[in-house]
Structure formats: C-alpha cells, structure tokens
Design a protein around this ligand. Structure first.
Ligand SMILES: Cc1cc2nc3c(=O)[nH]c(=O)nc-3n(C[C@H](O)[C@H](O)[C@H](O)COP(=O)(O)OP(=O)(O)OC[C@H]3O[C@@H](n4cnc5c(N)ncnc54)[C@H](O)[C@@H]3O)c2cc1C
Length: 499
C-alpha cells in the first residue's frame, strides 16, 4: 500500500539523517541525505518492449494473458489472475477504470472526477512493475485467432507526436472485454450534437457545457428565447442512466442553482424524453414513484421519439420542436465497430458469441466477457443485460478458470484444448437500483420483472443506494474520496464554479 511504502521510506530517511548527522561535518545534512537517498541505484530489472510488439512466449517465460479493455469486466479479470502463473498485458484506449454507476454525479459536481476513476496500475500492480506484464494505451483493431496475435494501434493526440502506429502482441490466452457503444439508431445529428455519458471526459464536457450555458445566459445582448434555450437541458432515454442524470441535474438546480445563480432560476429546466415508459425494467409501483418524484423536482417527462437533432433543437416524430442548450443521449448500448468487424459467430443482438464457459467456441484460447459478449443461441441461454454486475462477475469467474487451467499446465497457447473447464458460468441477478435526486432512490431486489422479492422507494432506498455503491468502489482511496465529496456537497453544496 502506498501509505505503508511512504512510511517505510520516511523512516529510512530519518534514520539515514540521524546517522549522517553523527558523522558528517556539513551543516546541511538533510540536503546531503536526500540526495543520497534519491540517487540509490534501482535494483528492479529494466523493462524493454521490442518496437514491433511482443512475440510468442517461450517456455522460459510465463504464459501471457492479453486483456482487451479496462472496464468492469477486463479489470476484474486482471485483478483475479494469478500473476505467479501468468504475465498480464492490457490493451485499452484508457489507463483507468470508470466506476460508471457514480459517473452521473460528477457532471454536476456532487463528486469529483478522480473519485470515480481507478488507475489500472492500482487494480493490477504487476503491469507497471514486472518484466513481461504491460499496459499499452492503444486500440485493438484485429484479432488473428490462427496465429494467436492481436493487431493494435496506438492512441496519440496528434499534437507534437508521431501519427498513430501499429504493433502486434502474441497471446497465450485472450480476454476480449472491449465493452459496447451508445446506440443512436442512425438518427441524424446525434453524433454531432449530443453528449454521451460513458467516460470521465464525457462527464467533464457535460459539466463544462452546463457551466458555460449558465454563464452565457447572463451576458448582455441575450434574448429571452435564447436564454430559455441555453438553460434547457434535455435528456433522451428513460433508462436508469437517463433517470439518474435527470435526477442529479434537477437536484443541482433546486439546491445549488437557485441559490447561487438566482437570476436564472425561472429559466433553467430539465426535460426527459422517452419513447415508452421510463425505467421499464423496474416494478410498476417503483416506476410510478419515480415519475411522481421526478415531476415534483421539476423534470418535464415527454413521451416521444426523436426524429432529427439539429445544433439547437430536437425534432420529434410528431413534428414538435424542442430547443435545447445541453443534450445528453442515453438510449442504450450496442456492439462497437470492433466487435462488428470480428468474424466469429454472434449472439442475438450482434455481440461476440460465447458458450457457457465464456469461450468463443470458434477460436482456441479466446474468451469474451462483459457488454461485448452474449451467449450463443445454441446455449439456450438469454443474452445477459449490459450491466456492471454481469461484467464484474464474468471477469471474476474467468480469472478463476484461467488460474485453474494455468496451474494444471494449460496456460500456454493451445495447451488447454482437451482440458475440462469445470462448472459453467451462472448469473444470478442481485437487483437494480436508481437514484432520483433529493435523497430519494429505488431499490428493486427482484430476480426479474415478474419475480418475487423486495422493492423499495424513498429515503431508505437512497441510504441503501449510497451504502451499496460506497462499498463497491474499488479502492479505499476512492472510497474515501467519494465519502468526502458527499460530505462536502451536503455541507457546502456543489462546486462547479470553474471552467
Ligand atoms: C453512466 C452509466 C451508469 C451505469 N450504471 C450502472 C449501474 O448502476 N449498475 C450496473 O450494473 N451497470 C451500470 N452501467 C453499465 C455498466 O457500466 C456496463 O455494463 C459495464 O461498464 C460493462 O463493462 P465492460 O467491461 O463490458 O465494458 P466497459 O466498462 O465499457 O469497458 C470497455 C473497455 O474496453 C475499452 N475498449 C473499447 N474498444 C477497445 C478496443 N478496440 N481495444 C481495446 N480496448 C477497447 C474501453 O476503452 C473500456 O476501457 C452504467 C453505465 C453507464 C455508462
């Protein structure tokens, strides 16, 4: 742990200071000791990656597990892998995991961004310190199952660096955990004008836009209609993410905007547009409660289908025009272009098809978990919902399977061909939760929509919601950040006063 390492370093620095001061004639002993302390030769072996990538492992090396993606599924798998058996290589376009259930709270400043982002090197420390284990900031764009190779392309920001370049990594076992993409149903203008809410940088962009609109609405020369538009926040999609974001936003408006930006309080509004019912996977009673609660907090619920999105307005299929200043799109997820490009059998819905052991049956040593995968029709099992709880449990299960196979000598490529894979993966739904803002939430612990079980709404559910997510946050460091952010927001209100 970092605090323990720092303590050890500090105490060795102190004892070094003490022994130096007894022997050295220099008055500035502290300066000398710090120099000596920091110039100690590094005994750790240097890590060198060949420029072309990583070739096949030899019998002198550990077998290599390559993980594509650093989300719920990939990170949980990496965390569970036995690093005495395997080297771990992660390829992902982001170097952290996002704790998505709390992402909406960062858009309005209830939580800070770092509270929901967990660096990968903290989840699986070997990738930053052991020879043979690495993290590469890149996208995988092709899998070659015949040669056990993945083809990747680096991520660069284009400024003062080379153009992106390609490299290859050989794998012994491959875990595809590359997630999904927001669904836009091909509606014109969504990609260009709407914000998605999946990554920390999305939440940063939303927060920036919200604040910018708040500021712009008060400068001289703004017409009444333009002010109304700038301060109209529209959310499309009434699933848990859309509802939670609308709830956070309305809570922010009633608790913080009304006090600190009093001049706009009669202008700022939230509209939630949904084609069917909001929170359709929740029980009827909870859905009605959510509808009442959102309406009470000033969220306008509109039933409609978006036909077109312009730079400043949405057009619904009944012809209604809805001007907006901020548009957040949250209408579910589907397969990414990488998944679509893979030439493997697909599950209903177009995800990578897997069997009950999470294997891609058409290829040796390839597994797929999380939102990018779905049971093949031939398994007779339904495609599991795109949820963190599914992804996390699949990651845990797969790490256990691979550890078992590795211990039995099946870690290298093609060595597990005839091995028994043990018990298949079984998913048991633990329930769903959604916060509604204003200290209210829904907790639905039923197994399915028609199943029996506890379902609650209100303040107690909100306490359960917060406690459950606080305990699920990955590290003690982020747990502390989240708790402190919640406490300071409660006492001082949200702070989004800086762009
Ligand atoms: C705002 C929000 C709130 C949510 N709330 C909840 C909730 O309360 N409860 C719940 O159960 N679920 C929730 N979900 C759903 C949950 O976050 C997802 O189901 C979960 O993230 C899926 O995990 P995953 O690892 O499959 O994909 P992700 O977590 O999306 O991770 C995919 C990873 O793959 C990387 N990647 C993408 N393409 C490539 C490529 N070509 N090569 C390499 N890497 C690639 C991505 O950068 C990312 O690191 C929420 C989702 C969102 C967006």
């Amino acid at each position: 742990m970092a605090w323990f390492r720092n303590l050890v370093q500090l105490s060795s620095l102190k004892s070094s200071l003490r022994s130096r001061s007894a022997t050295t004639p220099f008055p500035n002993t502290q300066f000398v000791s710090i120099l000596q302390f920091s110039s100690q030769p590094n005994s750790e072996p240097t890590r060198h990656v060949p420029s072309s990538g990583l070739g096949p492992t030899s019998s002198k090396e550990k077998p290599r597990v390559v993980v594509l993606g650093s989300g719920w599924a990939g990170c949980r798998a990496m965390k569970g892998l036995d690093t005495n058996i395997y080297d771990v290589v992660c390829v992902s376009p982001r170097n952290h995991m996002v704790f998505t259930p709390l992402l909406a709270s960062t858009c309005v400043g209830t939580l800070e961004f770092r509270s929901v982002a967990e660096p990968i090197a903290r989840i699986q420390p070997v990738i930053s310190r052991e020879t043979g284990s690495y993290f590469f900031l890149a996208n995988c764009n092709r899998v070659d199952p015949d040669n056990h190779v993945v083809h990747c392309q680096t991520l660069t920001n284009g400024a003062n660096v080379r153009e992106p370049w390609d490299f290859e990594i050989s794998y012994d076992k491959l875990i595809i955990a590359s997630g999904s993409m927001p669904l836009t149903f091909g509606i014109h203008g969504v990609e260009e004008h709407a914000f998605f809410l999946r990554e920390v940088h999305h939440a940063q962009e939303i927060r920036r836009k919200l604040l910018l609109n708040l500021m712009l609405s008060d400068v001289p020369g703004i017409s009444e209609a333009e002010k109304q538009r700038l301060l109209h926040c529209v959310v499309v999609g009434g699933g848990p993410t859309g509802v939670e974001f609308s709830g956070e936003l309305s809570d922010f408006i009633t608790r913080d905007v009304h006090q600190r930006y009093a001049h706009v309080k009669n202008y700022i509004h939230v509209t939630l547009i949904e084609a069917n019912e909001i929170l359709s996977s929740f029980d009827d009673r909870l859905r009605h409660y959510a509808t009442r609660q959102l309406t009470k907090s000033g969220v306008r619920l509109v039933r409609g289908i978006v036909k077109d999105v312009k730079v400043d307005k949405i057009i619904l299929n009944n012809g209604t025009e809805v001007p907006y200043g901020l548009l957040v799109w949250s209408t579910g997820v589907g397969p990414s272009s990488f998944v679509k490009s893979m030439e493997v059998p697909k599950s209903p819905g177009g995800r990578i098809g897997i069997d009950e052991w999470l294997r891609v049956p058409s290829a040796q040593d390839i597994f797929a978990i999380g939102d990018c995968s779905g049971f093949l029709e031939s398994t007779g099992k339904p495609v599991l919902p795109a949820l963190a709880q599914v992804a996390e449990r699949q990651g845990k299960y797969l790490a256990e399977q691979l550890n078992r196979i590795g211990k039995a000598g099946g870690g290298y490529a093609n060595r597990a061909r005839d091995m028994e894979f043990g018990e298949p993966f079984v998913y048991k739904h633990l329930g769903s939760m959604a916060s509604l803002g204003r200290y209210k939430a829904l907790v639905d612990l039923r197994q399915g929509k028609e199943g029996k079980g506890l379902s609650l709404a209100g303040f107690t559910s909100w306490i359960i919601w917060r406690s459950a997510y606080l305990t699920r946050v990955l590290s003690w460091r982020n747990r502390l950040y989240v708790a402190i952010n919640w406490a300071t927001t409660f006492v001082f209100g949200r702070d989004i006063s800086r762009i």
